[in-house]
Ligand binder design. Sequence first.
Ligand code: ADP
Length: 280
Amino acid sequence: MSSKCDSCPSKNNCGGEKSCSKLTPKYGKIKNIIGVISGKGGVGKSTVTGLMAIELRKAGYKVGVLDADITGPSMPRFFGANKKRAPILQADAKDQVKFEPIETSLGIKVMSLNFLTEVEDQPVIWRGPVINGVLNQMFGDTMWGELDYLLIDMPPGTGDVALTVMQSFPVSSMVIVSTPQNMVSMIVNKVVVMAEKLNIPLLGVVENMSYVTCSCGEKIRIFSKTSAEEHAKYFNLNLIMELPVDLDLTENMENGTVEQYMVNIQKYTPIIKDIVKSRE
Ligand code: ADP
């Protein structure tokens, strides 16, 4: 493999420079790009992306988050940054622009379409090719700087945008997010198969909303009697972690104080173990 491929996060799963058609960011050097995907909305993919970003940052890594859920962006609210707007700067004399990401209080660099639009709750009513073009620009023209990890919050489904990220971005691996419900597993399995067909390594499954903890300390699995390990076997993947329904987490996400909440707790730290291990 040529030296040009040495710094590419997807160098182990592409055909080398001759067949490489991967987009690289113009204003940054990113060591690892990890997609977080679920295939179905509402299972907690954005929450897991945010938790992973915070835990990686707490572990001392330089971290960025790209909100690729263009029609349903939620990372600005997760980080309590929804009132901020990303500066759009002129890149050269040909009217090309570049974007400055928003930096959270812990120093995570975030880019989302909601930082570029005037009003947070107005929809973008665009067809697939326009959405893909915007996403390419948000990935390629953001001033990421040097990052150890860029996490991509993927849109639900196996459509155009998911395909663009998997085919055109130099993704090193992906994390699957699911909940313990057969209907959800069936849909999530579609993205598992899609990623496998596109030769993207999968690090494992995070099972979200697995249980609630009773005041007596007992874990009550609210959606399924089957264990999280058994559910992960359905996808033929390793279980990264099972997450409880955590009302403190919800409250802090709603208030935009999730970083302050996470700094003081360790219970979510194992969520990054497989990401870090895969790069050792
Ligand atoms: P997705 O990105 O898959 O659409 P989100 O991460 O936006 O899902 O989560 C959907 C909703 O569920 C959000 O309101 C979020 O705050 C809440 N949520 C997700 N995971 C948990 C959890 N483990 N505990 C409590 N609330 C959660």
